[in-house]
Design a protein around this ligand. Structure first.
Ligand code: CA
Length: 228
């Protein structure tokens, strides 16, 4: 059965170009041109992958991403004219799987779609509801980190990072390995993703008046959850 791709894009020319190119590759395409339709279509018939434009007439594409991530891990490729690194990293930390800046080459985009569909493992993460280490507790289900009495809500990638680190407490995990586990094989060289994600998470923990020293960085070795 062909994979279905939901194209969320208000520029009709771009939507048509994407749709034609992807149909040629054997994918089924459905289209939405605003946030409300995109969410309705996602809920009615969940697609296999979403291509998401950020600037939509009734709101930000990021809202669509947030709604998808409440219930699904399906691959989302963000499409945007905004090529600033911070936007990009922010979206990736909010759960986008890849990002293409406009103007883009259609061939490159098709390749990225194929890679995302190939790498996507629909197996749902089945972790125990809570993982407690000393005064720190990670709730996968609630998506929170609790330190003493402080409860810190986590963005999807922050949760994934802590999930990976706390699975192997005390052990260093390399940047490449974390990139591979969190963003997929084709991002194993994008070390800035992980640096920015860690910085953002530490800042968030500090803002809750907690110490983020349990996330330890060591050049060349990677990151670890330090239980001491
Ligand atoms: Ca747009």
């Amino acid at each position: 059965m062909a994979n279905t791709i939901l194209i969320v894009e208000d520029d009709i020319n771009i939507a048509q170009m994407l749709s034609i190119a992807l149909r040629t590759e054997g994918y089924d395409c459905v289209q939405a041109s605003n946030v409300a339709d995109a969410i309705a279509m996602f809920l009615r018939t969940p697609p296999d992958l979403v291509i998401l434009d950020l600037g939509l007439p009734d709101g930000e594409g990021a809202h669509v991403l947030a709604r998808i991530r409440q219930t699904s891990r399906l691959p989302v490729l963000v499409l945007s004219a905004r090529d600033q690194e911070t936007d990009k990293v922010q979206l990736l930390s909010q759960g986008a799987n890849d990002y293409v800046s406009k103007p883009f080459g259609i061939k490159e985009l098709v390749v990225r779609v194929k890679v995302l569909l190939r790498d996507f493992n629909p197996t749902v993460v089945t972790a125990s509801a809570n993982r407690t280490m000393g005064n720190i507790s990670l709730s996968i289900k609630e998506r929170t980190l609790s330190i003493d009495n402080h409860v810190i809500p986590l963005a999807p990638k922050e949760l994934q990072l802590l999930d990976e680190l706390t699975k192997q407490p005390g052990e260093f995990i390399s940047q490449q390995e974390l990139l591979r586990r969190i963003w997929g094989l084709h991002h194993s060289e994008d070390s800035h993703y992980i640096r920015i994600l860690v910085r953002q998470l530490r800042k968030k923990i500090d803002e809750h008046n907690c110490a983020s020293t349990f996330i330890e960085t060591m050049p060349k070795r990677g990151y670890r959850f330090n239980v001491t």
